[in-house]
Design a binder for this molecule. Structure first.
Ligand code: ADP
Ligand code: TPW
Length: 575
């Protein structure tokens, strides 16, 4: 409330919702207006919150999700009912799957009409629709409950394993009045929303025993480790133990990618040969081949190789999800890593035989890759374009890199080194397309730093209309589109010879740069690595909304990037 509250004054749902957000230091809402939330958005702005308005709810919710990941405070998104809610739900589910803390607040229509299915404007039982896809879902029915309801949503989003929370606010709630003094007292400022979770002494001892007994240990850092924001302790653990480490995609930069202990360029070798693996905030899901099979030195897909796992995670249920965990270390990463550091004593660093073998493999792989990167084919391919981008981005380690696509994602992940924590934001756990502009906007808004969004041309299409949003808020975002005329590649043909193009093909040589100029930003088409490097450096330095349409050989790349093997194979013999 901006003015002093007097006895007899009234307040209402609109004001208390905003008061509850402000009381918990939430300063930004990502949303899209309409009945019943337009006045709520106006009031938020009038009360000093920032309202970032989007062109599609999925992008607003993605922006809130990445804001949550970057700040450890729940990102907040707001949508209208039924279709707006459903448009946002995909991104809320994605936030939950990726363990990003956020709250999606949607207005909803009249309960009595929804529950009798009598056909209201934008009628949907949103609370129940949300439940399977979120960490928690709540509805506030009475104005007196706004403070406690918001507190519940905030705590659910950030405590324990973070995730997406749905908060349902019926239209009627907003207009409900109550005594202003009582209203003020009903607001809850959440105390210690994500308390430390200390691992048990036994579990720490067990983990240290396994680690100390290792001959060929490896540390795997996941995005949970990046999220925890205990960068110095994680670095100390890696350096004091001398254990080679690998970083999952979004954990890149937690230690600089050129760190001498990085085993990233010897990944296959390290995973197959390690005898002990210390997982820190990384799940043994498909991205890690479920911890078994040939990737891990096993004989077949189901084979648990002869390996010991130490697993640090805040979620006890994550233990033994795919393979038996020899030393579960359940707690928050900060506390677990500190406990390990405290118990290291005179830790024997791994043998030269092990670290030397990894280094040799790494150098051989880097040399092999250098050859591919040096080539200058015309038209440019993924490698030559990424070499140009790598060289520019190396000079600006502070820049956020958002990345999605198939080949564009997979090649960029291995070619573009990261030097600072939490700077690489990408398709994540689902390998989802559509996070691009939402993540870029969320990162730019929360950090004020330049953002580069490197997008496959297909990936960009999922959120491309938000270039208008980028221009409207004049955000320092440079979008680079690897334009190869299609999904994966642009050279497929219709086998019937008919006029309909193949399922993976787009309009050839599209001018995505003109989308950006349409709204007042800078747009440029480039065809060589030098032109790309120049445009990228200018885009970053200018801080102006920029879109670089980088033309890539339509035959470059592979089907589905590095996960071609996940495409089901036809049982019928090929003609
Ligand atoms: P990646 O995709 O990088 O491998 P995942 O998303 O699979 O990472 O794993 C992240 C893990 O980190 C999740 O299992 C989550 O429970 C865990 N996590 C997130 N934050 C914390 C924290 N503060 N402390 C402990 N574990 C955490
Ligand atoms: C929500 C399936 C995975 S990757 C991709 C699609 C459509 C686009 C690949 O083409 P792009 O990249 O972006 O041009 P590149 O570098 O290979 O040329 N719908 C959703 N998520 C996913 N993952 C898909 C579809 C997919």
């Amino acid at each position: 409330m901006t003015t002093e509250t007097q006895a007899g004054d009234l307040t209402d749902g609109f004001h208390l919702i905003i008061d509850a957000l402000k009381a918990n230091d939430i300063d930004t809402i990502y949303g899209l207006v309409g009945i019943p939330i337009t006045d709520l958005a106006r009031l938020a702005q009038a009360e000093g919150l920032s309202w970032i308005g989007f062109r599609h709810e999925a992008n607003a919710v993605n922006a809130a999700a990445i804001a949550g990941y970057l700040t450890k405070k729940p990102g907040v998104a707001m949508t209208v009912s039924a279709p707006g809610f459903l448009n946002g739900l995909v991104a809320l589910a994605n936030a939950t799957v990726n363990c990003f803390p956020m709250i999606m607040i949607s207005g909803s229509s009249e309960r009595e009409i929804v529950d009798l299915q009598q056909g209201d404007y934008e009628e949907l039982d949103q609370l129940n629709a949300a439940k399977p896809y979120v960490k928690a879902a709540y509805r506030i029915n009475h104005v007196e409950d706004i403070g406690i309801g918001m507190a519940r949503a905030i705590r659910a989003a950030v405590s324990g394993r973070p995730g997406g929370v749905y908060l349902d606010l019926p239209a009627k709630l907003m207009g409900q009045a109550m005594d202003a003094l009582k209203g003020k007292q009903s607001i809850v400022r959440v105390v210690d929303a994500a308390p430390d979770q200390i691992p048990s002494a036994d579990s720490v001892k067990r983990a240290l025993d396994v680690l100390k007994g290792a001959k060929r240990p490896v540390i795997m850092l996941g995005k949970g480790a990046a999220y925890a924001q205990v960068d110095a302790d994680i670095r100390a653990l890696v350096e004091k133990t001398g254990i080679p480490y690998l970083a999952m995609s979004m954990a890149k930069g937690l230690l600089p990618d050129n760190h001498p202990q990085s085993a990233v360029a010897a990944r296959s070798f390290a995973l197959a040969k390690a005898d002990v693996v210390l997982l820190i905030g990384a799940r043994l899901n498909w991205l890690l081949s479920h911890g078994k099979g040939p990737t891990w030195g096993g004989t077949d897909q189901k084979d648990w190789a002869d390996k010991k796992f130490i697993h640090i995670d805040i979620s006890p249920q994550e233990m033994d999800s795919n393979v038996p965990i020899d030393a579960p270390l359940v707690g928050d990463i900060g506390s677990c890593v500190k406990a390990l550091l405290n118990g290291l004593g005179d830790f024997q660093k791994p043998s030269e035989e092990w670290t030397g073998a990894i280094a040799a493999k790494r150098e051989a792989n880097v040399a092999k890759m250098a050859k591919t990167l040096e080539a200058n084919p015309s038209p440019m391919n993924f490698h030559s374009a990424l070499r140009a981008m790598r060289d520019v981005l190396k000079t600006r380690p502070d820049v956020y890199l958002v990345n999605e696509g198939a080949n564009t994602l997979d090649y960029a992940r291995s070619i573009i080194d990261m030097y600072e924590p939490r700077k690489r934001l990408d398709s994540g756990t689902w390998g989802v397309m559509g996070i691009g502009m939402g993540y870029a906007i969320g990162a730019a808004v929360t950090s004020g730093k330049p953002v580069v969004a490197l997008e496959g041309d297909s990936a960009f299409g999922f959120s491309g209309m938000e270039v208008e949003t980028i221009c409207r808020y004049n955000l320092p975002i440079t979008v680079v589109i690897f334009n190869n005329n299609g999904v994966y590649r642009g050279c497929d043909v219709n086998p019937t010879g008919g006029p309909e193009v193949a399922p993976t093909v787009f309009v050839k040589n599209a001018r995505y740069d003109m989308l950006m100029t349409a709204f007042g930003g800078v747009g440029v088409t480039v065809t060589t690595p030098d032109e790309l490097a120049k445009a990228l450096a200018e885009g970053i330095a200018s801080g102006k909304p920029t879109l670089i349409n980088a033309m890539i050989d339509e035959k470059a790349g592979t089907e589905s990037g590095r996960i071609s093997h996940l495409n089901p194979q036809s049982a019928a013999t090929k003609k």
